[in-house]
Design a protein around this ligand. Structure first.
Ligand SMILES: [Zn+2]
Length: 136
């Protein structure tokens, strides 16, 4: 959506950041394209974790093309920090890494089990195919 379009569609409603700060949402508000009035709850988490002025400074420092992704990332990290104040999004990462390790061990165990039923040549062929498949 173009900057002007959303302004028209939400005329009269301050963005979530301006509402949080209880100030008038100006035409050139840096928050407005990323935090429309409906994103009040999402912005509240960002405000709680990073502070509105820090989020504003980040927005101003970034090129317009990078702002949307940056705000999505910050919102995700803020949500993770609220859910897990100690580890934040690292908690998700540790958890996923743990699951990945467990799955790798499951695959290894399955291969060993499979090796009982098929020839060693076929196993090494399968492993070569997998190695080629896993190359970046
Ligand atoms: Zn605003």
């Amino acid at each position: 959506m173009e900057r002007g379009e959303w302004k028209k569609s939400l005329r009269g409603k301050p963005c979530a950041a301006c509402k949080q700060q209880r100030k008038k949402c100006e035409e050139d508000c840096v928050f407005a394209p990323y935090f429309p009035a409906e994103s009040q709850q999402r912005f509240a988490m960002l405000h709680h974790v990073y502070g509105t002025s820090n989020v504003g400074n980040i927005l101003k420092e970034l090129d317009v093309s990078q702002r949307e992704e940056a705000m999505k990332t910050l919102a995700y990290q803020a949500e993770a920090r609220v859910r897990d104040p100690v580890h934040g999004c690292m908690g998700f990462i540790y958890n996923l890494e743990e699951k990945l390790e467990k799955r790798k061990m499951d695959v290894q165990r399955a291969k060993l089990e499979l090796a009982k039923y098929i020839s060693p040549e076929k196993i090494s062929e399968l492993m070569q195919n997998e190695a080629q498949h896993n190359q970046p």
